[in-house]
Ligand binder design. Sequence first.
Ligand SMILES: [Zn+2]
Length: 531
Amino acid sequence: MRTLVRLLGVSCLLSASLGAQSADPRLDSLKTEVTRAIDARAKLAQQMVDQVFSFGELGMQETETSKYLTGILERNGFTVERGVAGMPTAWVARWGSGSPVIALGSDIDGIPQANQTPGMASRAGLVSGAPGHGEGHNSGVPLNILAALAVKNVMVREKIRGTLVLWPGVAEEQVAGKAFLVRAGIFKDVDANLFAHVSYEFGISWGDEPALALISAIFRFKGQSAHAAAAPWRGQSALDAVMQMANAWEFHREHMELSQRSHYVITDGGDQPNVVPSTAAIWFFFRERDPERVTKMLADAKQIARAAATATFTTLDTVQIIGSAWRPHFNKPIAEAMHANAMRVGMPAWDEKDQAMARGVQRMLSWPDSGLQTKVPPLRSPEEAAKASSGTGSDDIGDVTWTVPSVTLYYPANIPGTPGHNWADAIAMATPIAHKGVIAGAKVQALTVLDLLLKPTLVSDAKRYFTDVQTKTVKYQPLMAPSDQPATWLNAERMAKYRGEMRKYYYDPARYESYLQQLGITYPAIPAVMP
Ligand SMILES: [Zn+2]
């Protein structure tokens, strides 16, 4: 959901690098060992990233993805609980015992119509119109698995107490999963949560994230069908109600605060023109700075919906909450530890092919062809993060961050300048750019887990920040009602339409070294003449 637009120059790296070396020699040597162990799993990184990329599944329909990822975890000794929080594709994988309990999460869903041949700087869908990983959500859980497996081995040998909990962000693109995971108590015994999200750089910040709270809701109207030419006076058009609601919302927009973002699509506009639509539906995303304001937006929309029904002699049938998100707030002590680890790990070693791929994509997008990032930016305070981001996106990790001390690790596995939620964002996501970025991100994640396991003060400092600073005056309240349930039907029809064709392109690691090889792509494939 979030595409960070971070345009700040990179500067003043020195102060942060002082924290990169651990004072504890044992911890320091374990960090070196875990870093090497993750490098040694480069093949697994490539396989997982490519495999999930090839599934390209949309929210709530991530069946192949979840089956594949939980299979790897089970083979490595994790206990997996499936179908958690009423979502068939959600799961929790646990290993270890006792505290601290450290959760590692990342999203797994794709984007409609983003199906794209990787490694190719031109529009080339494998299956026309099909979904794909035009957000890069194929890379985050593989990153967490790499980190967890490396740390687990050290924990066994060194007899380090602690529990690792891996979990997926289901249907993040509809912000339809995480609040339900919170409500189901997935995080109730968790001491710290490290989330991972793809970016083009290491982005680590603390405090209020520049983002908006969000409520996603579908308004369904009911009318009466009739022959649209022979007897229109006997019909009541539910589509009229939808259009009245959208129109009234546009007038209302003039009187809303500038911080709001709201947008909608008509998901049911009737069947065909000569039948007066007896049902119609409009799906809104409402975004505002805080939960109170976004709740007010929903209340306003309900009033407008009732008025639209009255004006069209139809009825407002249901208002279904599809998802919701608080604005994220990241934990300062954990963010500081994570940033020191990012300084220690450094950026991936991009080669000329990676840079050529990036510049090719940037030129295709008429974006400055600066190539891939090569420096780790400084840790961002809330003020610096606000300067670096438009702050108008949303992410349902927000609800988790208000439940347990959390930080999101943005890791460099994609190309700067892509538009987000777009096929162009999929180009790099099954190439060495993504593979290297995931390995670098996994190291940062793993080293931060080691910090949490071996520096008890970090866990207590994180808790203190959470209780004494973050939640001192603000208490988490879900934006959905207790009766709201996960929209598990989301994307089912669309996925059913394309899955058969997409299956032909699933990655076969037994036969091919990489997905690029399977598809016959010479990396990087950049047209001589840009369209
Ligand atoms: Zn995302």
